[in-house]
Design a protein around this ligand. Structure first.
Ligand code: ZN
Length: 175
């Protein structure tokens, strides 16, 4: 069964295994003792998805399952909402930012509407933004789930799952 990615070294896509050397765990422990928690966590997360090509032995990081276009769009939407919310919070605590904009910037009419109807603005804009974020996150999760499910049906996803015999299946239950 082919994988959804190729070996960057030899280009084959049908045999990947977990790296055999266990030296990585030793280095992780050493980092934890000498370097502290964060370097150890970063190191182990970098090592976690390491796989080895069964043909040429090349070690590399397994690429994540591809994200859907819906998921990419959702990420942009959520990022935009977060960035503008942060900017809004910064501007609230630094009134100078707002005052730096000239009074005739063209939005004075809209400003008046907001100033005269603050509650209407709050009870419409806040839920709107929250719903946009929730819908984007749900759409992203659902579309990724569907595509990944189909992907798993047609491609191998975990290292060591090609047509070859599983290693832990021994003659234990022969009797
Ligand atoms: Zn290879």
């Amino acid at each position: 069964m082919a994988y959804y990615f190729k070996c960057p070294n030899c280009g084959r896509n049908d045999d990947f295994v977990l790296p055999k050397d266990d030296s990585q765990t030793g280095l992780g422990c050493l980092l934890l003792i000498t370097g502290g928690f964060l370097p150890a966590v970063l190191y182990s997360s970098a090592m976690a998805h390491r796989i080895q090509c069964g043909h040429c032995g090349y070690l590399f990081r397994q690429p994540a399952l591809p994200r859907t276009a819906v998921s990419a769009l959702a990420t942009w939407i959520v990022a935009i909402v977060i960035v503008f919310s942060l900017f809004s919070a910064i501007a609230v605590f630094n009134p100078g930012i707002g005052r730096a904009i000239p009074d005739d910037w063209g939005g004075a009419g809209l400003e008046r509407v907001v100033a005269e109807h603050p509650r209407t603005m709050v009870i419409t804009v806040v839920p709107m933004l929250a719903l946009i974020v929730i819908v984007a996150l749900v759409a992203s999760a659902v579309s990724n789930y569907r595509v990944h499910k189909r992907l798993r049906k047609h491609f191998a996803v975990e290292p060591g799952t090609p047509g070859g015999e599983p290693e832990h299946e021994t003659a234990d239950n022969a009797g």
